[in-house]
Design a protein around this ligand. Structure first.
Ligand code: ADP
Ligand code: ZN
Length: 868
């Protein structure tokens, strides 16, 4: 409908030629320097474009000072003056001989690193992300680089305590002046500019630079101090191995039966000091020595003082793996072998392949074979997972095969750890496999051979807020193509878009239809809650069917998972007298009751509120809480299954770094029989002993007012079902719902992905949704409830003039106010064969136009490309 009308109109849009830029570029060049000078292009890079962490479009160009010419490279961090008296740290994104016109050019103040911290291809990738997702490269930089390597705010210089001038290498007059000025201020942090003013020197950059190189000053503690490499203390015997006389002497000097003697003996044993077969003694950490010999660090220190042992420190990697590496690849079943061959075959003609394998079919085992294959070829592998919780099991499985070639990267790691990973990848192009959440697409890979996107259908791959609002799956595909690498998308329930591309031949398609070990897919049982309630079979949230199945599983020594996609105790509070519902002051959201803190909490902005004693509306003490969250289920489970131990996995129980690991390890080890959780328990986890999965409230999943809700619900339910019956006994899944006739369930009960896909793709086509169009949302946020509508209306009508009925809205989203901002949304539906870059240019221009005419004033406007 919309499509057909729009198509003729759109043709003029399809001009977007990518090549017009370089052409004008070289034409300009010729004008400036004449043909002959073009040869010098590569030598005279007098200007640098610098990415800065500021929310402003456009790039910032600075002059390269003479002393940096030839040494400054793309990817170097530099400090530059910005605005009237600020300095920022940014990253050089391009070098050029052309002087930009129209404004005064400032000079780069200093270069921070000896070598670039970002590789050239990475920059290209950042630029793609910025272009495609309609944000600034500065936004991308902020998301890409670990905090320890960047500066969010102003850059400061501070003196390094205890630094002393080297007698052989004196400071220059300028350097001395600067250092003295710095020390004289007594402040910890001084900006470059104020240093200039204090010393009366016009350019302080070069001198500060050399002070920096000598270790006399440091830049903004955020930058340098934040990164602490991890060190470990070691102890060794203070004697040569051949020198037995010395060894005798040592034993003579300690009392018989003393702790020092015990420590000495243990150290000899642990280090293999007497084992001639060893080329040199093994290194022993102080903590291991203390543990094994039962002595304290004071004893070790005393021994060092006596000259019996040496104590030394060493920087160690945070990821050195200490378990056993078997190096053995899993033996594959015939079906898996066939699939592996099919993938290799697909690689001959496809850059991207979809592995559609039912839950527990052994996709991960195939990945392991492919990773091995690619690493043997000397290249790197990026293994994306949608959820940090999934890295735990996966890391263990991969480390047993690949040892410390496995690198893990996600936001639960400390900044130092992330910097360490970054530097490790930067320093070497060694083959390795990086397991990571979405931000790992930004790591400094040198040569990727394969990108695996596991659970490719997962909405968690899309970053919602802040910009860049990128989908790591799609970005990873682009990243792979920039490296000339293959992409393997894996899922038991591929996204509708991906499956459509696979069926239409744009992606290769490989299928695994059998579970490993001949296990069958779990039996699904719908529980009609209206019916059950009528029969009096519902107590609390559980129907008697659900309770019986869980009981039966526990009786056989098996485990159960209960899934509910709401955390907290109860999702709604309400006054039973007048029906008043407490809402967040800043968001248009009702509050969730959390029993642990006895507070009402906004799940959009996190603000906690006390539970009102009396209703603010009718002044009666009538506030009660309704509905179920994971916290409340936990309580009911305790009542129903008093003999079972239970674990809960949701955002609230996994805030600490090891939160996931602990829960997953304990549940795997059988320390608990029931796991209650939100979305986190639906994905890719592999627990051998789980036979029953219960979906407590399917209605909370299927009733969403957006075009992806069916897909999301099908995927989520099929995935959570997939946790049941993976190894021991047939799985059973009970799904509690008040709408058992929903079309989704027909496909779900039969595990009929194809059927579901057929139904869904027809709907998408009929109503003009992806993959038949591209969707871009434009969000307008404003603090003023009346202005927000006006601004959104202006923007929509201007866009309509240019894009016709591709523009829908503005509408109020279901949550129309968040963190004090009122929100409107415009939806663009763009035909897939139209030039998307043309549309984006147009969007940018309209925005500039309306900003300049003041029509957007006070409003925040941003785009969400390919929303999920
Ligand atoms: P998926 O990733 O498709 O859900 P997994 O790779 O996790 O499936 O496999 C499911 C379970 O079956 C895992 O515990 C795995 O170790 C086991 N498994 C799969 N294939 C094999 C194999 N070829 N040999 C031994 N165990 C296997
Ligand atoms: Zn709020």
């Amino acid at each position: 409908m919309v499509l057909c009308v729009a198509r003729t109109f759109l043709l003029p849009l399809k001009v977007g030629k990518r090549h017009d830029r370089p052409a004008t570029y070289s034409a300009k060049l010729r004008n400036f320097f004449g043909n002959a000078l073009i040869l010098l292009y590569f030598y005279i890079m007098l200007f640098a474009e610098v990415l800065l962490p500021v929310p402003i479009m456009g790039s910032f160009t600075y002059r390269v000072p003479a002393e940096m010419e030839g040494s400054l490279q793309v990817g170097h961090r530099v400090i530059v003056p910005f605005g009237r008296r600020k300095s920022y740290t940014g990253i050089v994104s391009a070098l050029t001989p052309i002087e930009p016109k129209g404004y005064e050019i400032k000079e780069i103040a200093m270069k921070i690193d000896d070598s670039p911290i970002v590789r050239h291809p990475q920059m290209k990738f950042w630029q793609w992300v910025a272009d495609y997702y309609l944000c600034t490269p500065g936004d991308v930089m902020k998301a890409a680089v670990p905090a320890g390597l960047k500066i969010e705010s102003e850059t400061f210089i501070s003196p390094v305590a205890g630094w002393e001038e080297d007698a052989a290498d004196r400071l220059s007059v300028r350097e001395t002046a600067l250092l003295e000025a710095l020390l004289a201020t007594g402040e910890r942090k001084v900006t470059l500019d104020s240093l200039g003013r204090k010393t009366g020197l016009t350019t302080v950059g070069p001198a500060v630079n050399s002070l920096l190189a000598r270790g006399a000053v440091m830049i903004s503690e955020n930058l340098v101090e934040r990164y602490h490499p991890r060190t470990e203390v070691y102890v060794s015997i203070a004697a040569d191995r051949g020198d037995s006389a010395r060894l005798h002497e040592m034993f003579d000097s300690v009392r018989k039966g003393s702790r020092q003697e015990a420590a000495l003996l243990t150290l000899i044993e642990l280090s293999g000091f007497m084992r001639q077969a060893l080329e040199k003694p093994l290194e022993v950490t102080r903590s291991r020595l203390m543990e094994r010999s039962g002595v304290t660090s004071t004893v070790v220190a005393a021994m060092a003082k006596k000259g019996l042992v040496n104590i030394y420190k060493k920087v160690v990697g945070r990821f050195s793996f200490t378990g056993t590496v078997t190096g053995e690849l899993p033996a594959l079943t015939d079906a898996q072998k066939e699939a592996l061959d099919a993938i290799h075959k697909s690689w001959l003609s496809n850059a991207i392949t979809l592995l559609h394998g039912v839950t527990s079919s052994g996709k991960t085992e195939l990945y392991i074979h492919l990773i091995d294959y690619v690493m043997r070829g000397g290249r790197q592998v990026l293994f994306l997972v949608p959820e940090i919780a999934l890295t735990t099991q996966l890391t263990g499985r991969l480390q047993r095969v690949f040892g410390d070639k496995v690198v893990v990267y996600h936001s639960k790691f400390s900044d130092s750890e992330r910097v360490e990973t970054w530097r490790r990848l930067l320093a070497s192009g060694e083959p390795c496999v990086v397991i990571g959440a979405r931000s790992s697409v930004f790591l400094p890979f040198s040569s990727i051979g394969l990108v695996i996107v596991d659970e490719e259908h997962e909405p968690a791959y899309k970053q919602q807020d802040p910009a860049p609002r990128y989908n790591a799956r799609d970005a990873a595909i682009v990243l792979a193509s920039m490296h000339g690498a293959k992409t393997l998308l894996g899922s038991a329930t591929p996204s509708v878009e991906t499956y459509w591309k696979a069926l239409s031949g744009r992606f290769g398609l490989v299928e695994l239809t059998q579970r490993f070990g001949g296990m069958s897919l779990p039996r699904m049982e719908l529980v009609d809650m209206t019916e059950a309630r009528k029969k009096g079979e519902v107590t609390g949230i559980f129907s008697s069917v659900t309770r019986r199945t869980i009981d039966a599983a526990l009786a056989e020594g098996h485990q159960a998972i209960i899934f509910l996609n709401r955390r907290g105790y109860a999702p709604v509070a309400r006054c039973k007298q007048c029906g008043y519902v407490p809402k967040c002051d800043k968001c248009d959201v009702s509050l969730t009751y959390h029993r642990r803190f006895d507070k009402l909490v906004c799940h959009y902005c996190g603000t906690p509120y006390p539970v009102p004693e009396v209703c603010p509306a009718c002044k009666e003490p009538g506030i009660e809480v309704l509905g179920y969250g994971t916290e409340r289920i936990e309580e009911e489970v305790e009542g129903f299954f008093p003999d079972a131990t239970m674990l809960r996995m949701d955002l609230d129980t996994t805030r600490s770094k090891d939160g996931y690991d602990r829960i997953i390890d304990d549940f795997s080890a059988g320390k608990a029989q029931i796991l209650v959780g939100t979305q986190m328990v639906t994905k890719g986890l592999d627990f051998a002993n789980v036979t029953v999965v219960s979906v407590a409230n399917a209605d909370a999943i299927i009733n969403f007012p957006d075009f992806r809700s069916s897909e999301r619900a099908f995927n989520m339910l099929e995935q959570v079902a997939g946790r049941a019956g993976r190894k021991n006994g047939e799985g059973l899944v009970t799904v509690q719902t008040y709408s058992p006739s929903h079309p989704l369930f027909r496909f779900l009960l039969a595990h009929d992905y194809r059927g579901f896909y057929g139904h869904e793709i027809a709907e998408r086509e009929r109503y003009c949704y992806p993959p038949f169009v591209r969707v871009i949302y434009i969000y307008i946020k404003h603090k003023d409830p009346s202005r927000v509508g006006v601004v959104a209306g202006e923007l929509a009508s201007r866009l309509r003039q240019l894009l016709g009925n591709r523009v829908n809205g503005p509408e109020e989203p279901s949550v129309a106010r968040v963190q004090t901002f009122y929100i409107r949304r415009i939806m663009l539906k763009i035909e897939t064969n139209a030039s998307i870059s043309k549309v984006k240019d147009l969007l940018r221009n309209v925005r500039i136009e309306l900003t300049n005419s003041g029509k957007l004033s006070g409003a925040t406007v941003y785009c969400d490309v390919d929303p999920v």
